[in-house]
Design a protein around this ligand. Structure first.
Ligand code: FE2
Length: 295
């Protein structure tokens, strides 16, 4: 059964990754670098919704108007040069090796209250492992709320399913096809999401579901093989969160990572990762060899 570590800031990054690959979850109070990243996101969010309160704007806007705000907002945040620098500071403050660690640009997630928008740019993720989306098994997920969470607008983790096979549709997921078709369609999905997300094909039990409820800037770190989902938002406010992923070259080169018990996804997200130190892509040769052994 996975363990939850709280505020283990002095742990070596190698040890933390090893435990994460064994299913453990790390919760960390807000560090200054994460607060800076969240504050940067918050300033963009508040500017985009001005003069409305972003957490309440959904109650005053037609869903199409809401999408027209968050679609460009999400892209602007993800692609902003300052965002990458702030992520670098986060990885550094958590003790990551800047020359050996790679990350993908962070995503801003928007989860509305009460099913106002659950598709496309506001997609509410059903239980999944990131490896079902062709993420490598050596990936670590970093997730933080931009505003304080409530249990009714949280991230759900299902550690009971660690190492336990779940019947799922990842065999139909191909990352190259997803990039070609799926992402472009996100902004046009309003009422239902027709993109082929990999999904569980069996009932997921909520016994043992874990919802860390924390303040803005707190960090939840877990493996790409950890089953997780967007908790249905019934809080009365829109949820805004950030997440990004990291990889360590040592793990890629040695084929170290979580055990893949049930993903049959094809393709790889490795091409999305950039160096923390200079933002260059992973060497192509490494992507090719790692995608063979690191599945
Ligand atoms: Fe995920």
């Amino acid at each position: 059964m996975p363990n939850v570590y709280f505020d283990f800031f002095d742990i070596a990054d190698d040890t933390r990754r090893q435990r994460i690959f064994e299913g453990d979850i790390f919760l960390s109070s807000a560090l200054s670098s994460v607060t800076s990243l969240c504050d940067f996101a918050k300033s963009m969010i508040e500017e985009a919704f001005f003069p409305a309160d972003p957490q309440e704007a959904q109650f005053h806007l037609a869903v199409e108007e809401f999408i027209n705000i968050i679609g460009p907002l999400k892209s602007r945040f993800t692609n902003h040069g300052r965002t990458k620098e702030l992520v670098r500071n986060v990885i550094s403050e958590f003790g990551g090796d800047l020359d050996r660690t790679y990350f993908d640009v962070p995503r801003l997630r928007v989860v509305t209250h009460g099913g106002y928008l659950t598709a496309g740019v506001g997609y509410a993720y059903r239980p999944h492992r990131d490896i079902w989306y062709a993420s490598p098994t050596s990936q670590v997920n970093w997730w933080t709320p931009v505003y304080r969470l409530e249990a009714e607008r949280a991230l759900s983790l299902y550690p009971n399913y660690w190492g336990r096979r779940v019947q799922n549709s990842s065999r139909e997921f191909d990352y190259d096809e997803w990039c070609r078709i799926g992402r472009q369609q996100a902004a046009s999905q309003i009422e239902s999401d027709t993109r082929r997300h990999p999904l569980a094909e069996e009932e997921i039990s909520t016994d043992g579901e874990l919802r860390p409820v924390c303040d803005a800037g707190a960090m939840i770190s877990f493996s790409s093989a950890q089953l997780h989902a967007t908790a249905a938002n019934t809080s009365g406010l829109t949820r805004f969160s950030l997440d990004f992923r990291t990889l360590h070259l040592d793990d890629l080169e040695s084929g170290t990572g979580a055990h893949n018990v049930d993903s049959a996804a094809t393709g790889t997200t490795l091409g999305d990762f950039i160096s923390v130190s200079n933002f260059s892509a992973l060497p192509t040769e490494l992507i090719r060899s790692a995608s063979l052994v690191n599945k």
